[in-house]
Ligand binder design. Sequence first.
Ligand code: AMP
Ligand code: GLY
Length: 429
Amino acid sequence: MKVLVVGSGGREHALVWKIAQSKSVEKIFCAPGNGGISSLARCIDISAEDIPALVAFAKKEKIDLTVVGPEAPLSCGIVDKFFESKLKIFGPTKQAAQLESSKIFAKQLMAKYKIPTAGFEVFSDLRKANTYIERIEQPCVVKADGLAAGKGVVVAQSVEEAKAVAAAMLEAKAFGAAGNKIIIEECLRGQEASIIVLVDSQTIIPLASSQDHKRVFDADSGPNTGGMGAYSPAPIIDEDLFSQIRSTIIEPTVRGLRQEGVIYRGVLYAGVMITDTGPKVLEFNVRLGDPETQAILPRLESDFLEVMLDAAENRLAKTLKTGGLKWDSRACVCVVCASRGYPGEYEKGKEISGLNELREMKNVMAFHSGTKKQGEKYFTSGGRVLGITGLGPTIKEAIDVTYSAVAKVGFEGMHYRTDIAKKALQIFK
Ligand code: AMP
Ligand code: GLY
């Protein structure tokens, strides 16, 4: 099979790495890819959001399956356009992708189908939003309705902060049209986990559980980021809790969408908070998580390309009948190395050292996010630069091997969290 992967981050590097191990793969292309991906796939200079150019490329190269990493092309309708050209693609349609591209769509669906989530109200008028903020308990959470590159959610600690965020979104248009409407919701407390499943029109197959680390600094302090590290499995999600999440969140969401006339096919990701009163949805994503994917795919023993093709062709039931997905019992930890300044404005163009040494280490992978290759050298080109990932028989050993690999790489201004997966140690030794 000829495969096209759309995107350029660590998630896409992990996808390309896993697809390269498939018995069915003949050639992999990645648009636009990055420095690390270029050693496994032919990177083509087309942006992930240039849908007409991607359709034309897939036609010309007779691509057998296209796999989309990020949310932006999905919410712009890449799947619909590929279908119109009779090209095979794995992902939700534009209508289904609203689950991520409109937080209001997602919240209203959850309210209608009684899917547990934080209580909320929707506002487009700042005066009304302010009156509401004065009435409710603090902290509260203020969210822009549309896509805001992971920056459209603020957990506000005071009335003043909540009002300032609401004004920035509704009046100063800090996120453009994505902030024409906002949600103000109840702040949930507990541990977060990422539940990611594959869905076709009849079947749901879960991937292994994982946990992200959203805040930039140790002990979950500092601003939110795209994710500073992840581990899998998440021991907090035991079998009982998983089946509760499946029956109260995942299945009613897919069923509710169907009742609204929307068939969901692709990856469905529920970010959940495990509260004292049970799991509640924080957000839905319509794609794999980044960095969660870097911690999940190294544990997957099954042929992921075949499974994604089955999902694209509505044959996931076959995967279930043949025993479902097979997982390595080892734990996996991914630590993100970021550029100075991230998640704010960050530096670029710094030479990365130590990658060759890392190649010699066992059970360690360096997934590239923001890197560029020039000759034989790699340079930073993004906020998140590398996802150093390690496998170990216990979570403790996975943490140790991963941090010993992190110690070998470097670039000017590199920063990373030193406590990735520490939470898991308290539950799971
Ligand atoms: P989202 O993009 O909706 O996942 O929000 C990003 C992050 O904000 C989440 O991973 C949580 O850490 C935090 N968050 C979002 N909604 C809530 C909430 N209702 N209560 C507490 N934290 C939240
Ligand atoms: N790691 C969170 C996300 O992919 O949205």
